[in-house]
Design a protein. Structure first.
Length: 228
């Protein structure tokens, strides 16, 4: 993408945000760390403002889409303004209650590069309390072509803005994530007619936290919990 097109995208995205969330551009309320975790529906995982959380689902029917809705709705029900960056235009807005849709900015993208650029712009703007980057439907080979520097830049932007970035990926991708959740649910076609609340009780995932090193800024992962 050339510089002129990127500048045009910045202008268009900011205009869209100002139109959808005019109050957010005038005044932004602070968010307590405990409230962030509670709204996310992932209490106890050490998720704080300015952090990056990666949710990995290695294959279909692992429950990542269900967890995305659970986390997204948790933030919205706290009346926190969020953005969903849809990496392959696969989100079904009908799954979100009509009264909740006004609290979410939905960015529909055609590919991974476009999606991470949108996440970059949203974190720079700083007027949304969380950005959800959904790359579940993007091909792994497409994602592997993205330079690793992108994820370090997004982490730096999240820290600077105090906003939380949730990345939903089909493989381990975001090396700078402070928390990584690996989906372990295995849903079969036989359960898809069950209510979403029932399916949610069967969510299984393993949690890893990054232990950052002093000099390099990187470190090893530590297994934090197994939860459902």
């Amino acid at each position: 993408m050339n510089r002129k097109n990127r500048a045009d995208n910045v202008i268009a995205l900011r205009a869209l945000m100002e139109e959808k969330f005019p109050e957010a551009h005038r005044r932004m309320a602070s968010v307590g760390r405990a409230g962030v975790c509670a709204a996310a529906g992932l209490e106890g995982l050490g998720i704080v403002e300015g952090s990056v959380v990666e949710i990995v689902a290695r294959g279909p029917s692992r429950g990542a889409g269900l967890l995305l809705m659970r986390v997204l709705e948790g933030w919205i029900r706290e009346r926190r303004r969020v953005a969903l960056v849809d990496g392959k235009d696969g989100f079904d807005a009908a799954n979100l209650a009509e009264e909740d849709r006004g609290w979410m900015l939905w960015i529909r993208c055609r590919g991974a590069e476009e999606a991470v650029q949108a996440a970059d712009l949203l974190l720079r703007d700083g007027n949304l309390e969380a950005v959800f980057l959904d790359l579940q439907l993007n091909a792994e080979r497409e994602l592997r072509r993205l330079p690793s520097s992108i994820w370090h830049r997004l982490r730096a932007l999240a820290e600077a803005s105090g906003r939380t970035l949730f990345g939903f990926t089909p493989c381990r991708l975001i090396g700078s994530a402070a928390v990584r959740v690996e989906m372990e649910s295995r849903y079969t076609a036989a359960v898809f007619d069950l209510p979403r609340e029932t399916l949610g009780r069967e969510l299984r995932f393993e949690v890893f936290r990054r232990r950052w090193g002093g000099g390099s800024g990187m470190g090893a992962e530590e297994r934090a919990a197994l939860s459902g």
